[in-house]
Design a protein around this ligand. Structure first.
Ligand code: CTP
Ligand code: CA
Length: 216
């Protein structure tokens, strides 16, 4: 079984010393890589910049990227051969329209940046998904959580979406714990307790493997 995982943030350069990015430690994606590998899968982890070391499990190959465009190129090259896609990365939604060749010097009291939308990696690959492939997405929401997560499931052709609510204490990017709800394309909803991210990864992997045994 081959698993493709995106993880961590992306950094979109503004000039040689600055970038736009998201808060993301990469812990959830790395924990998923470890858990899939422990279950015997061959894992390809495409990681944005994180402070985590490459996972040491021999079943995991880690490829480092910086930008959303690089993450997409790496994922696109591997997607067709993978049985499972897991989009755990916190991809920057926009990138600077122009990257300055030299450091932008401080001038004036305000600075306006022009940003352009990044490619949606999950949605773009979702259009190429074959019936036997299984796609997992994440949704971090602060309001109308389930509705937003379900619209992402449809828009990005996910089979399963992992919903994190920032309203749940102890959940999200600032914590080592997470409280998730799994929403599936067939309408199934599973609510989990607050737990360490390693155990959350096990819950997600168990659910994916259980579904895959019935899939297509
Ligand atoms: N995603 C992606 N490429 C992007 C943006 C998001 O692959 N350019 C993936 C994320 O890895 C995640 C899912 O899509 O699995 C949802 O990400 P999210 O940021 O919640 O969705 P957006 O469509 O960007 O919507 P918004 O940020 O406006 O809520
Ligand atoms: Ca986003």
């Amino acid at each position: 079984m081959r698993v493709l995982i995106t993880a961590g943030p992306t950094y979109e350069p503004l000039d040689p010393v600055r970038f736009i990015g998201n808060h993301s430690t990469g812990k959830m994606g790395y924990a998923l890589a470890e858990t899939f590998a422990a279950a015997g899968a061959e894992v390809h982890l495409i990681s944005g910049p994180t402070s985590l070391p490459d996972p040491s499990h021999p079943g995991i190959r880690t490829q480092r990227v910086q930008t959303a465009d690089e993450m997409y190129a790496a994922a696109e090259a591997l997607a067709s051969a993978a049985d499972i896609w897991v989009f755990a990365a916190a991809v920057a939604d926009y990138k600077p329209a122009h990257v300055a060749e030299n450091k932008i010097k401080k001038a004036g009291d305000t600075l306006t940046l022009e940003l352009v939308k990044n490619i949606d990696i999950a949605a773009t690959l979702g259009k190429t998904k074959r019936p036997e492939q299984f796609s997992v997405g994440f949704a971090l929401e602060t309001e109308n959580e389930r509705a937003h997560a379900l619209s992402k499931l449809q828009r990005k052709n996910f089979d399963l979406v992992v919903l994190n609510s920032l309203r749940d204490a102890g959940a999200g990017f600032r914590h080592d714990t997470n409280k998730i709800t799994l929403l599936e394309a067939d309408g199934r909803v599973t609510i989990f307790e607050l737990k360490p991210k390693s155990e959350v990864a096990r819950d997600i992997v168990h659910t994916v493997l259980a579904r895959l045994s019935h899939h297509a």
